[in-house]
Design a protein around this ligand. Structure first.
Ligand code: PMP
Length: 407
């Protein structure tokens, strides 16, 4: 019954239904359903104007579309109020906003910033810069050998810690970190927590109020929406006390030569003309995901993950990165092949119309920690099929032979 649903779901995605590519690079970006493409098109064909600027009807419609998208995001991630959602370009910009506005102003010399070793460069480099600028100490939160953040790992958080930056799902290990627990520990020491939801928000229900995170970020393009729209969630009292990140139009209430009053959040953080088309696309993506439902999404992604993990565990010379258990991989399966460079692996798979990612996945500190130079990653979305994963597994199992390894 599920596979029937998936068959009909695939018809909604013009790029994949019209091609023979097994697209297994969904952690990098997802394909877009027709409903999202239509919503963006309709916005530009029927509603486009610069929001917030005009008193005329079109501008008001544009404003309303944009603000409705904000409400949809707030509801989707369980924020208490839409004003806690700031639209950005992507997770990276959201993290930089927090680092520049919160980090650079509230972190002082001698404070400690704790960042996990599995962070994407986007949730590592901004904190490294804050530490360098503010004279703070950057400390590494290290998982155990299976990639699990344990209570022992969390001992790195002390009363000197002012901020903890950690991803909810690693884009390499695919493991879900217990953000609610990490938030509790951070708060017990008086630190704020910044959660990277880039790989979690698209794949599982995330509720920022329940998690009690201070900040959470994600990108629209990894969850069926267009590129160029992302979001930042923040607790209201913290957002209120943060100074603007970028300055310019639409983020002010009053500007005189000698006196400026900034707008309230979220507009204080949205300088310049905003990406209304992108926000409308994200709204349509959220509607689409809600319509399919996380039960279906997670069931399919977990089924595919289990097929891949079980097969790789049985494959000689192919090494799974992270836990050997399928349930520890949220749609992300990263591996190395003895004697074969990941770029060759990806090229060979590409020749069989299978799209996977090879490289360091913007997580070089994690590669160092794992003592690998680079890896290959397959990442699944709910529109992927068992046949695609079987095809991937079959071609994967041939690679060592193709490269001249006899066993
Ligand atoms: N964090 C994680 C965990 C990611 O996987 C990614 C994208 N690979 C990012 C942050 C950055 O996302 P973006 O490039 O959309 O800003």
């Amino acid at each position: 019954e599920l596979s029937k649903t998936i068959e009909s779901i695939r018809k909604d995605f013009p790029l994949i239904s019209g091609s023979n590519i097994a697209y297994l690079d969904n952690a990098a970006t997802t394909q877009k359903p027709q409903a999202v493409l239509d919503a963006v098109n309709k916005y530009y064909q029927e509603m486009n104007a610069n929001p917030f600027r005009g008193v005329y009807e079109l501008s008001e419609i544009a404003t309303e579309s944009y603000e409705n998208a904000r409400k949809a995001v707030a509801q989707f991630i369980g924020a208490k109020d839409a004003s806690q959602i700031v639209f950005t370009r992507n997770a990276t910009e959201s993290l930089n906003l927090i680092a520049y506005s919160y980090g650079m102003n509230f972190i002082k010399e001698g404070d400690e910033i704790v960042v996990s070793v599995m962070e994407h460069h986007s949730n590592f480099l901004p904190w490294k810069q804050v530490a360098e600028k503010c004279g703070a100490v950057l400390k590494q939160l290290t998982p155990d050998e299976n990639g699990e953040i344990t209570d022992k790992s969390l001992e790195v958080i002390t009363d000197k810690t002012r901020l903890v930056a950690v991803t909810q799902v690693s884009n390499v290990l695919g493991r879900v970190n217990d953000i609610k627990h990490i938030a509790e520990v951070a708060h017990a020491h008086g630190a704020v927590i910044v959660a990277d939801g880039a790989q979690s928000v698209p794949h599982m229900p995330v509720n920022v109020t329940d998690l009690d995170v201070d900040f959470l970020v994600f990108s629209g393009h990894k969850m069926l929406a267009p590129m160029g729209i992302g979001a930042l969630y923040g607790k209201k009292d913290i957002l209120d006390k943060m100074p603007p990140f970028l300055s310019g139009g639409e983020m002010i209430e009053i500007v005189h030569w000698d006196r400026v009053k900034y707008a309230e959040v979220p507009h204080k953080f949205e300088a310049g003309t905003v990406n209304t088309g992108g926000a409308v696309g994200l709204h349509a993506a959220i509607d689409y995901i809600n319509n399919v439902g996380f039960d279906t999404i997670m069931a399919q992604e977990r089924k595919l993950t289990k097929i891949a993990v079980d097969a790789i565990n049985d494959m000689k010379g192919v090494n799974l990165i992270g836990s050997s258990k399928a349930e520890d991989h949220e749609g992300i399966v990263t591996f190395t092949i003895d004697g074969v460079h990941p770029h060759d692996v990806a090229s060979i798979l590409d020749s069989q119309h299978i799209a996977v990612r090879a490289g360091h996945h913007c997580a070089q500190p994690l590669m160092d920690f794992l003592k690998v130079n680079s890896t290959t990653r397959a990442s699944f979305a709910f529109y992927n099929t068992e046949e695609e994963v079987q095809h991937f597994i079959e071609e994967l199992s041939k690679i060592r032979g193709l490269m001249g390894y006899g066993d």
